[in-house]
Design a protein around this ligand. Structure first.
Ligand code: CP
Ligand code: NVA
Length: 300
C-alpha cells in the first residue's frame, strides 16, 4: 500500500477528515490508558520555533505508547549540507513517521517523496493543516457541524488562511476573507475554493453574520523584518469587540496562538466569552493523536 502523508488538508478525503475530528473528541474523552503506538517512534525536524505543535506531538506519542525524537536542523547533518532527500531516506528507515516544520512548503513535499513512512506538515510558509484540524474539532465540539456556516478570516492571507481555504472546500463552509490589499492568499488557492471563498478588504462585511471569526499574527515566522511595514498595512484589521458585534450572537472567536494582544486581536476579545482559544490549543493534542493513530496504524 502506498504511504499516506498529511501535507495539506487535501491529502485526506472529507470523510476521513470528519472521522479524525470525531476520533479526536473520542480520544479526548478516553480515561483508560490506550497504547496503539507502542514501540513506534516519531521523528520531528523543526526549522522554526514551536510550543503547541512540538508539545502536542511529543506528548501525544508518549500518551499513545510511543516516543518522539526532536531534531532541529542545527543539531543534525542537515545544516552541514546533507541533502534533504538523503535525510528522508535514512530517517524513514528508522522511525515510523516524521513531522516537519519548515519555511518552504516544497521541503515537506520533497521529503515526503523520499520517505517510506508518513510525513506530517507541522507548518510551512503555505499551510498549517494540523492547526486547522484542531480548529475544526473545536468548532464541532462547541457548535456542531460547520457545513453551511459562515467563517470570517480577518488579517493576513497566510499559511493558516490558506489551510482554512482548503477546510472550507473539504467541510463545505463559506470562508469570507478580509485582508489588506497586497496580503491576499495565493490566487490559485482562491480560484480552487470557488464558491467556498469570498475575498474582500473589509473586515466589517466579512464579519457580518459570521458563525466563527478567526485571525492570526500579522507577521508570521520568517517575516520578522517586515513587522513595521505590516503593522502599518494592517491598521483597521484588528478583531475588536466592534468586529465581533457584527457576527452572529453565538459566534466563536479562534486564534492559533501565539497572539499579539492589541495587534490582530484586542485583549478583550481574546479573553472574552466568545473566545475558545484555550480549547483550540488543547485540541492540538487530541487532533494530533487522532492523526498519529490514523497514519501510523491503520495504513502502515
Ligand atoms: N499554533 C501553533 O502552531 O503554535 P506553535 O507555533 O507554538 O507550534
Ligand atoms: N502564521 C503563523 C502561525 C504560527 C502558528 C506563522 O507561520 O508564524
Amino acid at each position: 500500500m502506498t504511504v499516506r502523508h498529511f501535507l495539506t488538508l487535501k491529502d485526506l478525503s472529507p470523510e476521513e477528515l470528519r472521522f479524525l475530528i470525531r476520533r479526536a473528541s473520542e480520544l479526548k474523552r478516553l480515561k483508560e490508558p490506550y497504547a496503539p503506538l507502542k514501540h513506534k517512534v516519531l521523528g520531528m525536524i523543526f526549522e522554526k520555533a514551536s510550543t503547541r505543535t512540538r508539545v502536542s506531538f511529543e506528548a501525544g506519542m508518549v500518551q499513545l505508547g510511543g516516543a518522539a525524537i526532536f531534531l532541529s536542523p542545527r543539531d543534525s547533518q542537515l545544516d552541514r549540507g546533507e541533502p534533504l532527500e538523503d535525510t528522508a531516506r535514512v530517517l524513514s528507515r528508522m522511525v515510523d513517521g516524521v513531522v516537519l516544520r519548515t519555511h518552504r512548503h516544497d521541503t515537506v513535499v520533497r521529503f515526503a517523496a523520499y520517505s517510506r513512512v508518513p510525513v506530517i506538515n507541522g507548518l510551512t510558509d503555505r499551510f498549517h493543516p494540523c492547526q486547522v484540524l484542531a480548529d475544526m474539532q473545536t468548532y464541532f465540539e462547541h457548535r456542531g457541524d460547520i457545513a453551511g456556516r459562515k467563517v470570517a478570516w480577518i488579517g493576513d492571507g497566510n499559511n493558516m488562511c490558506q489551510s482554512y481555504l482548503e477546510a472550507a472546500q473539504q467541510l463545505d463552509f463559506e470562508l469570507h476573507i478580509a485582508c489588506p490589499p497586497g496580503y491576499e492568499p495565493e490566487a490559485e488557492l482562491i480560484r480552487e475554493a470557488g464558491a467556498h471563498a469570498v475575498l474582500s478588504h473589509d473586515p466589517i462585511s466579512a464579519a457580518r453574520g459570521a458563525d466563527l471569526i478567526v485571525t492570526d499574527v500579522w507577521a508570521s515566522m520568517g517575516q520578522e523584518q517586515e513587522q513595521a511595514q505590516r503593522t502599518a498595512a494592517f491598521q483597521g484589521f484588528t478583531v475588536t469587540s466592534e468586529v465581533m458585534a457584527q457576527a452572529a450572537p453565538e459566534a466563536l472567536f479562534m486564534h492559533c496562538l501565539p497572539a499579539h494582544r492589541g495587534e490582530e486581536v484586542s485583549a478583550e476579545v481574546l479573553e472574552g466569552p466568545q473566545s475558545v482559544v484555550w480549547d483550540e490549543a488543547e485540541n492540538r493534542l487530541h487532533a494530533q493523536k487522532a492523526l498519529l493513530e490514523f497514519l501510523l496504524t491503520a495504513h502502515n
